[in-house]
Design a protein around this ligand. Sequence first.
Ligand code: PEP
Length: 257
Amino acid sequence: MGTSHRKPFVGGNWKMNTNAESATALIGAVSDRLRASGAETAVYVPFVYLREVDTVIKQSGSAVRLGAQDFSEKPDGAMTGCISLSMLRDCGVTSVLTGHSERRHIIGETDALVNAKTRAALDAGMQVVLCIGEQLDEREAGQTDAVNERQLRAGLDGVSKEQLGMVVIAYEPVWAIGTGKTATPDDAQDAHAKIRGVLAAMYDQDAATQMRILYGGSMKPGNAGELLAMADIDGGLIGGASLNADDFGAIVDATGV
Ligand code: PEP
């Protein structure tokens, strides 16, 4: 586990999965399973089930944060099909994802849009999990660190040191997401340490030391322990394994708090 003063964070990204019944059952089971954990946890729920999931979280007295997977960078108005940050707040959301690889590479979000969303969410008082990470061809071309640095600098452009306390970084090598392939603990640690170095250059050493940097990409109960044992890995962003409360719980347990 990363340095002990950084509180571990584990987020479950449900993506476009669940229905009203299974979302309610899943959050109920997750809330029970995580009751004794000292880690900070969040679930990123499809928009249409946010209210149902929020109700279960509140009824069960759970400390799991309610999160959203996306939102508009605009406050209101003519944006057909979009959801604003104030709408999310109405539903009980306190944490959002930005820069997830599926939104960058399938939907086409640019670094500039990721930055606009990150800033809008921080201005709205939301916690932001900013996702960065290289694609397979970029890794094979030796560009992993350059891609991470570009996405980090662009994503955090204009974000103040004061706002940084509401930011969590998720390093998610794109080739490892949903593929069953995982970065080796050493490769992930190396990327995380370099990301922390970029944060020190952008802000200062204190800001870099405080930042939680999560690993994401096929993290499962069977590999979480060795990844979370690395000095600069402070938690995980979990896709597939977050759809099973026992698997998600086992990963949270592997943070050791
Ligand atoms: C993710 O979507 O952020 C992710 C890490 O997915 P998976 O765990 O399924 O690879």
